[in-house]
Design a protein around this ligand. Structure first.
Ligand SMILES: Nc1ncnc2c1ncn2[C@@H]1O[C@H](COP(=O)(O)OP(=O)(O)OP(=O)(O)O)[C@@H](O)[C@H]1O
Ligand SMILES: [Mg+2]
Length: 503
């Protein structure tokens, strides 16, 4: 299948977000779609998938003009999309999710589970997408859920698969498996469009690229005709500065946070096991580890969301264990959660109310006990400007912002005001290279001012770039600090992440 999008334009609320975009996808190829946060990547793909209609422009498949008015139309043209936020029903089995909405020739739902499950099994074998059709979605890891989304499309005989930031939520191991699947799909005749911010990945996997910037197409070319630096430059319109953050950081010798013998039990299982941790003022402590080895529990126990079963946590030598989330916030503990949709924002609230979510206990945002709308609006506008959050304004619903711009608002909210400790859990997830650089600089700056930063990331490169010291988490245990200097043994960290040489 050869796909061509020609002259596609789209505006929202009178603002152009796509201007005369042309995109060609060759048969049997992997094409990467790149660009800054808010560049229009998701919008362009939503048009191809029939979720939005373009204001102008045409779509051609194998040279024939088609009209795609809904995802159902897209599926008839054998185009399918895996969104950034999976669309699966948690309480249903894999098999039921895959066939949800499908009907047989007579228009009835398909019910023969045995046939369905055997078709799923043969698809999963064919493409290396290992999954048990009988398991419930809620019991699957993110990587496994993604496999279900892919099989869902293959079950519907999709030829062109669109992935919106598929690797943002995957661990490095899962990324490797996912890329193997992409290569297999290509081998078996499928075409793929993949949106990603990770420039390095593009060179591992794609045949060609298109870069958008602020709704315009900057370039389309074969991967052989470009390089990593050039791609970054296409994306943000300037060169990235490769700064060394750690060398310039000042050393403070005062303790900020101390965690002593903290254990957390969930449904009878220890998810944190007797963890000890100290962070000095001005220190960036990186936490490495494969997803779900206790990182979330560690973050939440410090922020006050999770109660430990034993142990103590002190901030500036005072126990904060008995303090509520808001009182810890007022003491200067800030938290950027890993999953912004479930833990950081409310999609149907506007930008300023999303700011207020964490500010309602601060007197400066209120007057006579009520929200001071004027102050809230002006403070929100200031953050929008300072963090370059692309949005129509403080009263826009946050759901209308691109993913990366939503993340910037969360970061802006947590860094506003006086803080002592920042828990930054995958703080650059979904951010473009320019915004990532900006957040990295910010983390470095606040640490120089004496803020302690607990940086939790599955991206080892990010940890090595920013951290003074690194701890590894494995199966609820936290290792001793390892100094992040020239002698750092990356292989050892990798092994420890897998539980080898950990204790
Ligand atoms: N339904 C909508 N209503 C209003 N504005 C929208 C809507 N969808 C997208 N936009 C706007 O269109 C622009 C492009 O958004 P889009 O989500 O396509 O960006 P993106 O390139 O996918 O960015 P990111 O990398 O952050 O995901 C943004 O400014 C966004 O606010
Ligand atoms: Mg997007």
């Amino acid at each position: 299948m050869l796909l061509e999008m020609k002259n596609i334009s789209k505006s929202f609320f009178g603002k152009n977000v796509l201007e005369n975009i042309d995109l060609t996808i060759k048969p049997n190829s992997i094409h990467a779609l790149l660009g800054e946060n808010g560049a229009g990547k998701t919008t362009l793909m939503n048009i191809l998938y029939g979720l939005y209609q373009a204001d102008t422009g045409d779509i051609f498949i194998d040279g024939n003009k088609v009209s795609i008015d809904s995802p159902n139309d897209a599926l008839t043209y054998r185009i399918g999309m895996v969104h950034q936020h999976f669309q699966l029903v948690d309480k249903f089995t894999v098999s039921k999710n895959i066939t949800l909405g499908l009907k047989n020739e007579k228009g009835y739902p398909i019910l023969n589970r045995k046939n369905i499950d055997s078709k799923i099994s043969s698809l999963s074998k064919k493409y290396g997408l290992l999954i048990d059709p009988k398991r419930l979605i809620k019991d699957l890891s993110v990587g496994e859920q993604q496999r279900v989304e892919i099989i869902k499309l293959l079950y519907r005989d999709v030829e062109l698969l669109i992935f919106d930031e598929p690797t943002a939520v995957l661990t490095p191991e899962e990324v490797g498996l996912f890329f193997r699947v992409l290569k297999e799909l290509k081998k078996q005749g499928h075409s793929i469009i993949i949106i990603t911010h990770k420039v390095q990945e593009i060179f591992d996997i794609s045949d060609s690229i298109t870069v958008l910037r602020a709704g315009e197409k900057i370039v389309s070319c074969d991967i052989e005709d470009t390089n990593e630096d050039q791609v970054s430059e296409y994306m943000i319109g300037r060169k990235l500065v490769d700064s060394n953050f750690r060398e310039s950081s000042e050393k403070f010798n005062e303790k900020c946070l101390s965690i002593e013998s903290i254990s957390v039990k969930n449904k009878g299982i220890f998810t944190l096991k007797n963890v000890y941790l100290d962070i000095n003022k001005g220190e960036v402590l990186g936490i490495a580890g494969v997803d779900s080895n206790g990182q979330k529990e560690l973050a939440e126990v410090i922020a006050g969301i999770e109660k430990p079963d034993s142990g103590d946590i002190t901030l500036d030598n005072e126990s904060i264990l008995g303090l509520s989330i808001s009182n810890r916030y007022l003491k200067g503990v800030r938290y950027i959660p890993e999953d912004r949709h479930s833990d950081a924002i409310v999609s149907d609230m506007d930008l300023k109310d999303n700011i207020f979510l964490k500010k309602h206990f601060e007197s400066s945002y209120k007057s006579k006990g009520f929200i001071n709308e004027k102050i809230l609006e002006s403070k929100t506008n200031k953050l929008i400007e300072q963090y370059d959050i692309k949005s129509p304004g403080a009263s826009t619903l946050i759901r209308y912002l691109s993913g990366g711009n939503q993340q910037k608002l969360v970061v802006a909210r947590e860094l506003e005001g006086e803080l002592k400790l920042l828990i930054a859990f995958q703080p650059t997830r979904g951010l473009d290279v320019g915004a990532t650089e900006y957040i990295h600089n910010l983390l470095c700056e606040i640490s120089k001012e004496g803020v302690a930063v607990l940086l939790i990331s599955t991206d080892l490169n990010e940890l090595i770039k920013l951290s003074d010291n690194i701890c590894v988490m494995y199966d609820g245990n936290c290792s001793k600090k390892i100094e992040n200097d020239d002698r750092l043994d990356i292989n050892l960290i990798g092994k420890m992440m897998a539980g080898i040489d950990f204790f």
